[in-house]
Ligand binder design. Structure first.
Ligand code: 13P
Length: 251
């Protein structure tokens, strides 16, 4: 046993309207309540429009809520952005930063991601910092070097096992149905652990999630890989049965 409690996190991305978002959250809350004591934490990260009603729907159930991104500032003239303080106000305990879709779509740099994670920490949020190589980088044998460089640039001073989670999401495995093999996952997670041990006093206790086409039928295998401390799930987090099926791999 690693002593690290697994975290099963659902990233809903830009999906869901009020009715289905609340139904999904309510369904998960019922599952968790009905399961009694479980050896994992369950987290949902809805789109910003649904954070308030989802937080209300899961109150008291043990399901945690997170944002999918945040700004570095607390408030001000930043049209379209959401501050870490607003996320805590809405009921969030976590925020994802540096997802590859934001690195790509919004040209987010490692330095910006580190600043976002630091701002999240200052607001009392746990930052889930995402790293992962593209298909071209993997084919060129650069996966480990890319991840190491992203870690070096994206983890802020002040990161600890309490306020930081790392998510390894190979870009080529996201939404493609292609999953990294357990051996590939083990290799990169070991590299991340070694990096965290060097970088942080509490590096041994930081949770490292795997993300990229995690489904109920591959979750048992993936969750058994050393240094895999949970999953960051996209598509399969949008259905109660699928997401709960993944969480059940940790039972
Ligand atoms: P999929 O599970 O849909 O591959 O998405 C993974 C992801 O990007 C989670 O953040």
């Amino acid at each position: 046993m690693s002593g690290r409690r697994k975290l099963i996190a659902g990233n809903w991305k830009m999906n869901g309207r009020h009715e289905d978002g609340v139904a999904l959250a309510t369904g998960l809350a019922e599952k968790l309540r009905g399961a009694g004591t479980v050896p994992f934490d369950l987290l949902v990260c809805p789109p910003a429009t649904l954070i308030w009603p989802v937080a209300a729907a899961v109150t008291g159930s043990g399901v945690a809520v997170g944002g999918q991104d945040c700004h570095v500032k607390t408030s001000g003239a930043h049209t379209g952005d959401i501050s870490p303080a607003m996320l805590t106000d809405a009921g969030c305990a976590y925020v994802i930063v540096g997802h590859s879709e934001r690195r790509q779509d919004h040209k987010e740099s490692d330095a910006l991601i580190a600043a976002k994670a630091a701002a999240a920490h200052a607001a009392g949020l746990v930052a889930i910092i995402c790293v992962g190589e593209t298909k071209e980088q993997r084919q060129a044998g650069q996966a480990g070097a890319v991840v190491a460089s992203q870690l070096a640039g994206s983890i802020p001073a002040g990161a600890t096992a309490t306020n930081t989670v790392i998510a390894y999401e190979p870009v080529w495995a996201i939404g493609t149905g292609l999953t990294a093999t357990p051996a590939d996952v083990a290799e990169i997670h070991a590299l991340i652990r070694a990096d965290l041990l060097k970088r942080l006093d509490s590096g041994a206790a930081v949770r490292i999630l795997y993300g990229g086409s995690v489904k109920p039928d591959n979750a048992v295998e993936l969750m058994a890989v050393p240094d895999v401390d949970g999953a960051l799930v996209g598509g399969a987090s949008l259905k109660v049965a699928d997401f709960w099926g993944i969480a059940s791999a940790c039972l």
